[in-house]
Ligand binder design. Structure first.
Ligand code: NCD
Length: 337
């Protein structure tokens, strides 16, 4: 399946590429309100059933979605084990259709193939949220990273003009890099991909509307945020040796000291401490090394997923809705009750 950057379809959250800046801003503003507990507790998703369908394991992302949906009052069914029926020869879409027949209103999908969630979205009536597909996109991660950067730099109008964000490491295999780049560039930030030639190229940078460099040391003093990526060996990443990779691209304490004082360090996890990032950098409270947002990213992930679920399943009837799909929602509610 080849995912394509089709016009933004407000029924699903499949990608950030092509999402209008105003849609990004209203999702981020809502997530920011959740993060600061400015939204009165309520259960707009009461009576709705959300299924998590992870064909590739990720306890952390799945748990984050489960907490977000539960806080909004939804019933959550973890159907990741059903994913094993695909191994018995059933197709991705047959699996999704049988789950939908049980009365599921939304699917949160992670697939090893790029385009898996697009395929499911084309088959089911309900909403699909892409929780990471191959090396394509991971839209809620892109939103939470953007929210973390905006908050750290007091840009909660979500205009990131003038900020430089470095995305460092295995960009070639990274769905996080693609979603981060889409959101950050749409909001005006300058994004620079940094890594060895096997992981960062001109064609990738051009496709993502980013700059690129192979020289981390030269870029670090300019960056306002540095997002470190895991080397994705399971997707075919090759490095000459961990020592050589570290020499060029690890965020060590020594390197982190060359960053601006108010710059922040980020990592989507899971981290390989001692390979792409060192422990003291990952754990820094900002007193002697740049502040690490690693745990803040995880905290904001729940807020972002609440905002995304609300926008798809419980759009406000009036006012500044993140998106509106009242017609589709009403039709679906009638069909699946
Ligand atoms: C990322 C992913 O799965 O794409 N992790 C995550 O969502 N927690 C990044 C990674 O696996 O390196």
């Amino acid at each position: 399946v080849t995912p394509h950057n089709s016009a933004h379809n407000p029924q699903h959250l499949l990608r950030l590429a092509g999402m209008p800046a105003e849609t990004l801003r209203s999702l981020l503003a809502r997530a920011n309100d959740h993060a600061d507990h400015r939204v009165a507790a309520s259960t707009p998703l009461a009576g709705r059933t959300v299924a998590t369908l992870f064909f590739e394991d990720s306890t952390r992302t799945r748990t984050s979605f489960t907490l977000a949906a539960t806080r909004l009052g939804a019933t959550v069914a973890d159907l990741s084990t059903v994913a094993s029926s695909v191994n018995k020869g059933e197709s991705l879409t047959d699996t999704a259709l049988s789950i939908e027949a049980m009365g599921v209103h939304a699917f949160i999908c992670r697939t090893a193939q790029s385009g898996g969630p697009d395929l499911i979205a084309s088959a089911v009536r309900g909403s699909v949220i892409n929780a990471g597909d191959g090396r394509h996109e991971h839209p809620t991660q892109g939103l939470l990273d953007t929210l973390a950067i905006a908050r750290a730099h007091a840009r909660i109008d979500f205009d990131l003009t003038g900020l430089t964000v470095a995305i460092v490491g295995d960009c070639a295999h990274s769905r996080v890099a693609r979603s981060d780049a889409a959101a950050l560039t749409a909001l005006g930030a300058r994004v620079v991909l940094v890594g060895p030639p096997s992981m960062v190229s001109r064609s990738l940078a051009d496709a993502l509307n980013c700059d690129y460099t192979h020289d981390l040391d030269a870029l670090l003093p300019e960056a306002d945020a540095v997002q470190m990526l895991r080397v994705q060996f399971e997707r075919g990443a090759r490095i000459a040796s961990p020592r050589q990779y570290r020499a060029g691209y690890a965020l060590t304490a020594e390197r982190a000291r060359t960053m601006k004082q108010n710059a922040v360090v980020m990592h989507p996890g899971p981290m390989n401490r001692g390979i792409e990032i060192d422990g003291p950098v990952a754990d820094s409270d900002g007193s002697t090394l740049p502040k690490s947002l690693v745990l803040e990213q995880i905290r904001l992930g729940v807020s972002v997923r609440m905002a995304a679920l609300e926008s798809l399943l419980a759009p406000p009837q009036t006012g500044s809705a993140p998106s509106t799909r009242t017609v589709a929602r009403a039709a679906h509610a009638g069909a699946a009750s």
